[in-house]
Design a protein around this ligand. Structure first.
Ligand code: ADP
Ligand code: ADP
Length: 227
């Protein structure tokens, strides 16, 4: 069973108005276990809309979304939220860490919210911080970390609850090119090491080429990129 399956996804905004915009026009996508897929899309193409639908933050007008084999179409908000918190990890261009909490706490808190005990959650947080090479920053708040370190901690938070699927929107887009390159390598190592599936949006074709498969969002549909 694919970890993510989108079939016939359509989404438009401003329905029936003169400024109606059909952002997605029949999107089909399957991501297998352990597969890392690059999503390449010009700004405004509908990348965020697609990621939000895949991550159960938004619903399509038409089509079906399966996460970990389960049909999410028409499910209640309560069930969609539970699946999202359990099965999906999100990474954004900006870290969105909680400023009042340390790096360790930012990774521990989502686990506590999911019912994991404190010592188990902290041990997992430390393991993750070690994997991305920032274990010595565990006690610092986000403001005390460099941009690259902040993103590394955000990766750990996204993986804290052991999701099946990682959705990332320009995960290194905020960093200078040299840092972006290193931080991206860290992300790839983390994802490959855990064997989870990922859909990673990027404008950077060099980064896209390091993933298993590249697709482009064009005129509301996904088209494979030939390299
Ligand atoms: P991307 O992430 O690729 O830049 P988005 O998915 O954010 O694209 O948006 C795709 C298009 O849909 C854009 O033209 C945007 O202005 C429009 N759009 C996005 N969200 C809304 C909304 N809530 N209401 C109306 N239009 C929207
Ligand atoms: P929380 O446990 O903090 O209530 P949610 O279940 O609301 O989290 O969200 C799960 C994930 O989805 C989080 O990583 C959060 O950053 C992200 N998220 C929630 N709402 C939105 C949104 N409107 N736009 C983008 N990402 C969101």
């Amino acid at each position: 069973k694919p970890v993510l399956r989108l079939a016939g996804i359509a989404k438009s905004y401003n329905h029936g108005k003169p400024n109606e915009i059909n952002v997605l026009r029949g999107v089909d996508l399957e991501i297998a276990t352990g597969e890392i897929v690059a999503l390449v899309a010009p700004s405004g193409a509908g990348k965020s809309t697609l990621l939000h639908i895949a991550g159960l933050l938004d619903t399509p007008d038409q089509g079906t979304v399966h996460v970990s084999g389960d049909d999410m179409t028409g499910q209640s908000d309560r069930i969609r939220t539970r699946v999202r918190r359990g099965d999906v990890g999100f990474i954004y261009q900006f870290h969105h860490l909680l400023p009042e909490f340390t790096a360790l706490e930012n990774i521990t808190l989502p686990q506590l919210a999911n019912g994991v005990g404190k010592s188990t959650a902290e041990a997992r947080a430390r393991d993750l911080l070690r994997e991305v090479g920032v274990e010595d920053r565990a006690g610092h708040r986000p403001a005390a970390l460099s941009g690259g370190e902040q993103q590394r901690v955000a990766f750990c938070r996204a993986l804290a609850n052991q999701p099946q699927l990682l959705l990332a929107d320009e995960p290194t887009g905020n960093l200078d090119p040299a840092t972006a390159d290193q931080v991206f390598a860290t992300l790839m190592g983390l994802v490959r090491g855990t064997g989870l599936s990922a859909l990673i949006a990027t404008h950077n074709l060099e980064l896209a080429a390091r993933m298993d498969r590249q697709i482009r969002l064009e005129a509301g549909q996904l088209v494979p990129m030939v390299s």
